[in-house]
Design a binder for this molecule. Structure first.
Ligand code: DAH
Length: 343
């Protein structure tokens, strides 16, 4: 019996040494020390032994049990440490490797221009309106007083969806929507700014894009005169291009304004001397504007004898191109971050 106990000790030690996982160790423990384990079996048979052998075998049995147990524990720790070490090796980070730079996005130049212009007008008490990109012929042309034979109505200029629906060619239809809503809600006067996308049947080149952005302005109230119009525009121009910028109102024709003007600003690059930005003119055209035509007011249910107003529309891409000296509008839509990152 002493012999088989000793053998058991040697055998279990051998097995424990070879075990590679915690699970293997556990099954070895069960095999030797479990209820039906080898050592347990031998010790159970102790009853059959003569009296004087019992304490000897009992002592040896306990010693071997303890030895197996402590050897199991020892090896369990070793395996655990190995597992941990492997994990650590896998997750090891080298803090000396230079970090990956996280690229933080930024606003597109068009959004930036819209924000910049909006801020200026919000500061003057305007609120922002939006209109849909798919518009009615009524809002885009008819109610804006465009003659039936106006060239801009032609299919060669405008993308039609049906006879009555089109991709808006300008943000001016937001004027109609705003005025009609204001009349309905009895909420005149109004002072709004409407940025958004417009579409024209143009083939793309350095200065044209079939999709572009405009910002529309509209003020309607009692006693609004050309003076308010001029003062507002001059304030805007100075805020956008600098205090020294001069403004020139050049007579023009738009169906929805009377009188109409194109507004030029003194070249912010050369100050009016003449340079490549202003093409030697000293002046740069930045927007179309005018006093709201009485017909337009009437179309929207506003009495032109009681109310007057002014409106303006500017091209966002054009403003951005002027401001940043960009010579090709297509760059703005190619989404090349090397270009966009500059602004
Ligand atoms: N809608 C005009 C265009 O696309 C720009 C414009 C001119 C808007 C005069 C206005 C305005 O509100 O009064 O060319």
């Amino acid at each position: 019996m002493i012999e088989s106990l000793k053998n058991l000790g040697v055998l279990s030690e051998e097995k424990i040494r070879l075990a590679k996982t915690i699970e293997e160790l556990e099954s070895i423990r069960v095999e030797f020390l479990g209820k039906k384990g080898e050592l347990t079996k031998i010790l159970k048979d102790m009853g059959k032994l003569p009296g004087d052998e019992k304490p000897v075998i009992g002592k040896l049995g306990n010693e071997i049990r303890e030895k197996i147990n402590s050897f199991l524990n020892e090896n369990r720790e070793i395996i655990k440490n190995e597992i941990m070490q492997k994990k650590l090796d896998l997750e090891k980070i080298d803090v000396t490797i230079p970090g990956k730079e996280i690229e933080i996005g930024k606003k597109h130049i068009i959004s930036k221009m819209i924000d910049e212009v909006s801020e200026i007008f919000i500061g003057m008490g305007f609120s922002i309106m939006e209109g849909p990109e798919i518009e009615t012929v009524r809002n885009n042309f008819d109610y804006l007083n465009a003659p039936k034979d106006h060239p801009s109505r032609d299919m060669t200029d405008t993308f039609y969806i049906t006879d009555d629906l089109l991709l808006r060619t300008q943000t001016s239809p937001v004027q109609i929507r705003t005025m009609e809503a204001a009349v309905k809600a009895n909420k005149l006067p109004l002072k709004i700014l409407a940025p958004g996308r417009c579409f024209r049947n143009d083939s793309p080149d350095a200065t044209h894009s079939p999709m572009f952005h405009q910002i529309e302005l509209l003020v309607v109230g009692k006693g609004i005169t050309f003076t308010e119009f001029k003062g507002t525009m001059e304030t805007f121009v100075k805020k956008l291009f600098g205090e020294d910028t001069k403004t020139k109102f050049r007579p023009h024709n738009f169906p929805f304004t009377e009188p109409s003007a194109e507004i030029d600003v003194s070249c912010f690059k050369c100050g009016g001397e003449g340079c490549s930005v202003c093409k030697g003119e000293g002046w740069i055209e930045i927007l179309g504007a005018g006093m709201v035509h009485p017909n337009v007011l009437r179309n929207c249910g506003i009495d032109p004898d009681e109310y007057t107003g002014f409106a303006a529309g500017m091209g966002v891409e054009r403003l951005g191109m002027l401001k940043y000296g960009i010579d090709d509008i297509r760059l703005m839509f190619e989404n090349d971050v090397r270009f966009l990152d500059q602004f």
